[in-house]
Ligand binder design. Structure first.
Ligand SMILES: Cc1cc2nc3c(=O)[nH]c(=O)nc-3n(C[C@H](O)[C@H](O)[C@H](O)COP(=O)(O)O)c2cc1C
Length: 175
């Protein structure tokens, strides 16, 4: 059974809760879950399938290089890894009511960082049914990954997750 590595940040909030829920959509043991702070070059080289989960909490979370920005450190490390034969997919947490101009912007960061490094990106998701104004995580009506809003639409997350997990299995070629 091909393993999928699920890399997420931050810990202990909605992003990690969704990581666990997503794990239940796959075969037992198929998902190996790591907070981004624990991911090494060796892990990136060893596996071929990855899911990345993050939240949007203001642009500074993604862009500055302070110690708290684990993703920035991780993306720098990726420069040493060949991603050309790897398949990746993203999910992003956001809040479309409080942040309608920046809903799940973080999905756009993932897309940029992985497309520039040549990874195959799976899991694009239609923006139909969401209520937002602008997002850096969307292009032509498709989010770059699964958008989830636990603050306002947690009731929709289980069905979104199940459907997206099936899509990922197909697009990763795992079924
Ligand atoms: C300070 C702050 C800023 C936020 N900024 C955004 C934003 O720009 N866009 C968005 O979609 N959600 C934004 N959110 C909402 C979070 O992404 C959302 O609550 C998410 O579920 C948090 O995940 P976590 O519990 O794993 O941190 C913000 C939340 C906080 C607390």
């Amino acid at each position: 059974m091909e393993k999928i590595v699920l890399i997420f940040w931050p810990e202990a909030g909605n992003v990690e809760k969704i990581a666990d829920a997503l794990g239940r959509e796959f075969n037992p043991g198929q998902i190996e879950k790591f907070p981004v702070s624990e991911v090494t070059e060796e892990i990136m080289n060893r596996y071929n399938f990855f899911i990345f989960g993050g939240s949007t909490a203001g642009a500074e979370t993604w862009r500055d290089a302070s110690d708290s920005n684990r993703w920035s450190e991780f993306f720098l490390m990726l420069d040493k890894v060949n991603l050309e034969n790897k398949k990746v997919a993203f999910y992003g947490l956001g809040d479309q009511i409080l942040y309608p101009l920046h809903f799940v912007d973080g999905l756009g960061v993932f897309e940029k960082e992985f497309s520039v490094r040549g990874a195959f990106i799976a899991g694009r998701w239609p923006d139909k049914g969401y209520d937002y104004t602008e997002s850096e995580g969307v292009s032509n009506g498709m989010f770059y990954g699964l958008a989830l809003d636990e603050d306002n639409e947690s009731d929709l997350s289980p069905q979104r997750l199940s459907k997206w997990a099936l899509q990922i299995k197909k697009e990763f070629g795992l079924e």
